[in-house]
Write a protein that binds this ligand. Structure first.
Ligand SMILES: NC(=O)c1ccc[n+]([C@@H]2O[C@H](COP(=O)([O-])OP(=O)(O)OC[C@H]3O[C@@H](n4cnc5c(N)ncnc54)[C@H](OP(=O)(O)O)[C@@H]3O)[C@@H](O)[C@H]2O)c1
Length: 284
């Protein structure tokens, strides 16, 4: 198959390039090759290439930056709403399958026992709203025959991408802090599932090669936890003896509200291994 990957230098994009390489013709584009907010360019370049599958791993992910800065919010809307819409139109034109990633932040987190694929999104911050509206743009083109997979995921961690916008994973940040401080404060809340980018990339390949129906999928590593529980596990594995103090979400003065429990439930796809197992591999 001819596979086009957007955001190819991002944290997830780099892993997708690796996983799809074997047995496929893979083309990776990042912002330097194409700006996904440029509709004419997207339609032309995709029509020239005629891929069988388009995977969009490009996105605006700065949750707090767009919450209290209108210019950043405009950029987030362009990247997370217009970008997926233009890619969906381009995919439809060349009869390609479109795979797009969304986030647990499309949900408010007010539901006690987590969210399954069919639950109605109700975002509580601007980033979440842009990811939700991006989802809707893709689903709207189903009626015109678009073949699509929408994969919601959460709390990505793994080898850092080659992109300047790619964030260090939570675990990298905590390991760095553990070398600088004797005590760190970590939120014991905001429950959701950590997801190892190599596992998510592999699961994406298995999904597109399976005969499962098009639609929304929740793909995350198993077991939900808070940030505090995650760092305790990290320091246990790494045998790091520093004091970890649990704090409330509100004590971290961040512009964007976070869902209390945005655990994604994977009802439709194979269960992935636990984040604890994936973390052990990552740290090795
Ligand atoms: N990170 C998480 O914890 C998390 C959680 C839930 C869902 N997700 C979703 O998972 C997907 C992958 O996230 P990630 O963490 O791998 O992202 P990332 O590392 O931040 O990478 C984003 C990529 O998008 C590219 N990009 C930015 N603006 C662009 C533009 N105008 N045109 C084309 N490409 C552009 C960047 O390219 P440059 O290198 O050129 O800037 C970068 O390679 C996204 O849909 C994200 O919303 C992530």
């Amino acid at each position: 198959m001819k596979i086009l990957i957007l955001g190819a230098k991002g944290n997830l994009g780099v892993q997708l390039m690796k996983v799809f390489a074997n047995g496929n013709e893979v083309i990776g584009w990042d912002r330097s090759e194409i700006d996904i907010t440029d509709r004419e360019l997207i339609l032309k370049k995709v029509d020239d290439l005629k891929p069988d599958v388009i995977i969009n791993a490009a996105a605006y992910n700065a949750v707090d930056k767009c919450e209290d800065n209108d210019e950043e919010y405009e950029l987030a809307k362009k990247l997370n709403i217009d970008g997926p819409k233009f890619l969906a139109e381009a995919a439809l034109n060349v009869k390609a399958i479109l795979i797009h990633y969304s986030s647990d932040y499309v949900f408010s987190g007010n539901k006690e026992d987590g969210y399954c694929e069919d639950d109605a999104p109700d975002p509580i911050n601007r980033y979440g709203k842009t990811k939700f509206f991006g989802e809707k743009k893709i689903i709207e083109l189903s009626g015109k025959g678009l073949k699509w997979y929408l994969i919601r995921t959460s709390k990505l961690f793994g080898p850092k991408g080659e992109s300047e916008v790619s964030k260090d994973s939570f675990f990298d940040v905590m390991l760095k802090l553990s070398k600088e401080k004797d005590e760190i404060n970590v939120v014991d809340g905001e429950k959701s599932c950590f997801t190892y980018t190599p596992d998510l990339a592999l699961a994406t390949r298995r999904l597109v090669e399976s005969d499962r129906g098009y639609g929304i999928y929740h793909i995350i590593n198993s077991n939900t936890c808070t940030w505090y529980e995650a760092v305790k596990e990290l320091f246990k594995i790494k045998n790091i003896q520093i004091k970890v103090k649990s704090i409330k979400s509100e004590q971290l003065d961040r512009p964007a509200k976070r869902p209390k429990n945005s655990t994604l439930l994977n009802i439709k796809f194979d269960q992935l291994r636990s984040w604890q197992e994936a973390l052990k591999e990552f740290l090795k």
